[in-house]
Design a protein around this ligand. Structure first.
Ligand SMILES: Cc1cc2nc3c(=O)[nH]c(=O)nc-3n(C[C@H](O)[C@H](O)[C@H](O)COP(=O)(O)OP(=O)(O)OC[C@H]3O[C@@H](n4cnc5c(N)ncnc54)[C@H](O)[C@@H]3O)c2cc1C
Length: 553
């Protein structure tokens, strides 16, 4: 059989179902085309399978002759014998879970012309929109506004008075969540008529079999996207005492007067600062030597100082012996820096990480292997130990970020449906902790690079040397760059600064495309922007920036 390609086109100008049918017919009329699909006019996409010899120009011309405009977005070889239209099956792809990984997978499947089912047991949209990124970040912003309005110069900090109406803030958060869930998930389903939502608990029943609400399905391929759940360490008394997890904390009916937070990772730090800024007395308790454990130690140390400046008590190297609950308070009996202490507060939040949600839905029966933390084991194509089943998102373990889940979902769907063999590559992956100032990081830390046997040099620049920070009267933070000694290639960038989450994107491009420190120095960075700190940190490898004029380069 002749070599065939699957071609994805962006189509402009369609305004109704009739247009979609029109474009589909035009594409089918091109000599050498064996399949053409326009899943919906709203999506502005078309997929064609054609002999490899058919030029892009032929598709573009046929669409133009039908009265629309088109560009070829992607061309991929079809792997014969691995076509996804699975003779007579009801669904080409069944996805268990209805969060971000699932939606990315479903959209990719629909764009490829597949019939897709999403099986969701809870609320459509999953963690990010309902109980994760969206609600936490909008409350963090509300807390910041409250804090900054009370302390515009935020020097000599004290706790912000509680907002008059915490319930109103939570209600506004709920409204935003509902609107985004509707706009980004529920409405998106309507754009892709080949995607069906099945409400219910999905269970693997061996091979390619899935059962939902007592109905058995035999889809062409299965994708697992079941997410993760909060995890708590086995501290004596903790389970009996009960505690808040992040979901409950973000929807508390009223603010407590005091809060103990176990865990100083991203969620513990973000929520600890959030509640403190709403006037709650907060103590953050961490077992490790510094907060934000995976980050450069300079960043953890500086962040601890800033949090302490906001009257948050941050304790590291803590060994918790026991948790106890009395009438209206929680007690943590601990050793802090080797000394016994009992910490008391009205509420207790446990933020010690999340674990893959992979229990009790038939993984063993289906021959899908899991690792030590319950994560589904996958190969570089996100295929599990059952070749008919793929997995994506938090259920395959760290790193657990929504943009990673979405990337994985799309990639796994494409590999499952077409056998494209795309590789799951997370190099140059940035991440952000949404404290104030923010922590953002990409690439290797100093220690990680040395552990890999690399010869590295580092530069550390205080925000006191960044004009933007001086002008904004907020010099809290630093830039740390890690570069390869011999080549000057940038290996990692680590930032603690206001808007660090925006700045890190420039460093991400530099790490991803192998730029050298000198390339950063020789690139224009607008004056009085925070990203200029990146260039100044690059200059710091050779010069003492504090002694330079603003205009030096
Ligand atoms: C407080 C908090 C803040 C966060 N902030 C950020 C942030 O700022 N940036 C960021 O990138 N990430 C953030 N994250 C992480 C991010 O939310 C997750 O990485 C992402 O949502 C995971 O997507 P997923 O599709 O893998 O899983 P989920 O979105 O969790 O979806 C899994 C879905 O599967 C369903 N399900 C499970 N089992 C079954 C079954 N057997 N049958 C049917 N349905 C099932 C569940 O009901 C759930 O809806 C945050 C997380 C939390 C908790």
């Amino acid at each position: 059989m002749a070599d065939r390609m699957r071609i994805a086109l962006d189509v402009q100008g369609m305004t109704c179902d009739g247009c979609a049918a029109h474009v589909e017919k035009a594409l089918r009329g091109v000599a050498g085309v064996t399949e053409a699909k326009v899943p919906s006019w709203r999506a502005g996409r078309a997929t064609v399978v054609a002999e490899a010899s058919v030029a892009d120009e032929a598709f573009v011309r046929s669409v133009e002759e039908a009265g629309y405009r088109a560009q070829v977005r992607e061309r991929r070889r079809v792997q014969e014998g691995q076509r996804f239209v699975s003779g007579g099956e009801q669904y080409d792809l069944m996805i268990i879970g209805g969060g971000s990984a699932a939606f990315a997978a479903a959209i990719k499947g629909a764009e490829l012309g597949a019939k897709v089912a999403i099986v969701e047991a809870g609320t459509i949209g999953g963690t990010c929109v309902n109980i994760g990124c969206v609600p936490s970040k909008t409350l963090i912003k509300a807390a910041e506004l409250c804090y900054r309005s009370a302390y515009p110069k935020f020097e000599g900090l004290a706790a912000c008075p509680p907002p008059s109406d915490w319930q109103r803030v939570v209600q506004q958060k709920d409204e935003l969540v509902a609107a985004l869930r509707q706009g980004k998930y529920v409405d998106v389903m309507k754009v892709y008529p080949t995607v069906t939502l099945i409400k219910g608990q999905g269970r693997l029943a061996g091979g390619r079999a899935v059962s939902v609400n007592g109905t058995a399905y035999q889809p062409g391929k299965i994708l697992l996207a079941t997410g993760s759940l909060p995890w708590a360490p086995p501290i004596p008394g903790l389970a009996e005492a009960g505690y808040l997890d992040s979901t409950q904390a973000l929807s508390l009916p009223e603010l407590p007067t005091s809060l103990l937070v176990i865990g100083a990772g991203a969620i513990g730090l973000e929520l600890g600062q959030l509640f403190s800024r709403f006037g709650v007395r907060v103590m953050i308790i961490e077992a490790g030597p510094h907060v934000a454990g995976g980050e450069e130690p300079e960043i953890g140390k500086a962040l601890t100082e800033y949090l302490a400046g906001e009257k948050i008590r941050v304790c590291t190297n803590v060994k918790i012996n026991r948790v106890e609950r009395r009438a209206k308070e929680y007690l943590i009996h601990a050793e802090i820096e080797g000394r016994p202490e009992t910490c008391v507060a009205e509420q207790l939040l446990v933020a010690t990480g999340r674990r893959p949600n992979t229990r009790d839905f038939g993984l063993t029966e289906a021959g899908v292997q899991t690792g030590l933390r319950g994560e589904i084991k996958v190969n570089e194509h996100l295929q599990t130990s059952n070749p008919e089943i793929y997995a994506a998102g938090d259920c395959i373990g760290d790193p657990m970020y929504v943009y990673v889940a979405a990337f994985a979902g799309g990639l796994a769907a494409e590999n499952a449906l077409t056998g494209a063999g795309r590789v799951y590559d997370l190099s140059a992956l940035p991440h952000v902790v949404f404290t104030d100032p923010q922590v953002a990081s990409v690439g290797l830390t100093d220690a990680a690079a040395r552990a890999q046997g690399k010869h590295v040099k580092t530069s550390v620049l205080s925000l006191k040397d960044v004009p933007r920070a001086l002008a904004a009267r907020d010099t809290r933070g630093l830039f740390k760059l890690v570069a390869e000694e011999e080549t000057g290639k940038l290996l990692g960038a680590h930032i603690l600064a206001d808007q660090a989450g925006e700045v890190i994107q420039a460093a991400t491009l530099a790490v991803k495309f192998g730029l050298r420190v000198q390339d950063l120095v020789e690139t224009f960075h607008p004056y009085l922007t925070m990203v200029e700190g990146l260039k100044l940190a690059a200059l710091t490898f050779e010069k003492e920036v504090s002694k330079l004029s603003c205009c030096a380069s």
